[in-house]
Design a protein around this ligand. Sequence first.
Ligand code: ADP
Ligand code: ZN
Length: 621
Amino acid sequence: MDEAGKVLKQYFGYDAFREGQKELVESLLAGQDTFGIMPTGAGKSICFQVPALMMRGITLVVSPLISLMKDQVEGLNQAGVHAAYLNSSLTPGQYRKALGYAKEGRYKIIYVAPERLVTEGFLDFALQADISMLAVDEAHCVSQWGQDFRPSYLKIVEFIQKLPSRPVLGAFTATATKEVRDDIMDILLLQNPKVVTTGFDRPNLYYAVQSPRDKYASMKNFLELHAGQSGIIYCLTRKYVEEVYERLRGDGFSATKYHAGLSDEERKENQEEFIYSRAEIMVATNAFGMGIDKSDVRFVVHYNMPKNMESYYQEAGRAGRDGEAAECILLYAGQDVVTNQFFIDNNKDNQELDEVSRRLVAERDRERLRKMTFYCFTNECLRDYTLRYFGEYGSNYCGNCCNCLSQFENVDVSEIAMGLIGCVESCRQRFGVNMIVDTVHGANTAKIRNYRMDGNPYYAKLAQVPAFRLRQVMNHLQLYGYLNVTSDEYAVVKLTEKSALVLKGEERIIMKLAKEQEHPAKIKGGREEKGKGARRGAAAGFSREEFTQREERLFEKLRALRTEIAREEKVPPYIVFSDKTLVHMCVVKPTTKEDMLTVSGVGEFKYEKYGERFLQCVQEG
Ligand code: ADP
Ligand code: ZN
């Protein structure tokens, strides 16, 4: 094993680097600026922590959020690494003390908030210190294109320029878009960086979309099947958060809540309730999550459809960071589109932009919303749809999403398609989706009468087809470019060059449609459906899904022990050992120290601290 591999094993207890990690580690060790773009949960921290332990001097890690720093530093301390953080959560006394220790060279890794970098106290330390590396975590925060722009990130360059010698720079992010990537390289002035991008697929996540009549009832059902597990429920608005939270509490669930309307203190408290697993369920708006490293989140339910795929991928991605099977369920309703549309139309974030840019931004947002909506309607593999959105190609069958797992039938919908496209043509491409659907369906509304659509040749032509099917086909036609909807506020349906092929009967439209009876049972069936995917998702070849009853009991015992130790150490349980490590322990059933050290996630320091107790627990179990 090479030196880096040894460090990985000794401190972190892992046998092998994951995809991308080795390259990033080696590049940094070779003194080259390095840029890692990896999805959440891929293991970015290891990429700078391992070289940090091998370099002569200190590594500074710039990180945007206090919670993130705290979590990582706790994790490092538990692994036997001397690390500290410097941010506004420390009292002036604590800060001075930490800085004093830093000057004495007690810490190998120091996490620092960007706004601290160019303060007098910190510079005083930094100018004398031997700084080998500067790692910028969540590097997309330097970019105004991203969702999380932080002006204080711009201080990083200013800081580097003040240093007597330039340390090697590492930048890390999970944000993939090209604009953001370019910004990071330009703004941080990375010198001829080695760029490593790993795939965005998260095979251990199961994806599903449902459109239940009663969202709350479906969700409750789901939660009952997942009792004892950590999960997040995302809602679009504070109002929804309050509502869902109250109902869950009323129904006896262990839940807490988070949104921007709560006081700082309450937010902090609730977040900790969740992170320390004292509350199982977090009900939150999208204000919650950035910098939440909790690795054992077993499900993320979206109570509403989010505004775009970027948000969805990021929020859903907070599930299963430990690599164990986890579920991402999106509950769709038409109202979600309306609410998002309203947010776009009333966006106050762009006040400083001029009128033209503002309109462009709104247009882009509408387009993103449309792609998000398509995700909810597509009958294709959801993973594939997501990967394609981010510019990657997956296979069109993943076997671990609701579409891949439900029964399909190929249905020829050409007749319906002809009716819809014909209607668009005959009304001279003047109307939106609703008008077209209402017309072919033969609705008798004032709007139809006002525009004389009841006299249109296609009026009531498809009266026998259910309206939801008409909408599905309409979506399908848009998705495949047989029709186009303008991205202005009028959302008018237009023909494309492919429309005529359908009208002339030269191209048949075949849709994969889920068999009707499958729908209502979907959320209930989550358990059974999950099996396959979970096995698939267990990268290291072991999974809780395959546990015997005895192993299941052992797992619960180990978990209880972990909780006990977490309390003693005052850290979240997953900092002691991840779920994945406990699962592996149940499989290996170690009887000696050597055995125990083969368990993924058990490093030497942790073994010394509480390895014996876990060994004993396994023996008794
Ligand atoms: P990211 O910052 O990319 O979202 P993290 O650094 O939080 O991801 O890592 C996610 C999880 O994967 C953590 O529990 C981490 O300990 C684990 N991990 C990282 N690298 C490895 C590895 N080489 N082998 C096994 N587990 C790993
Ligand atoms: Zn799939």
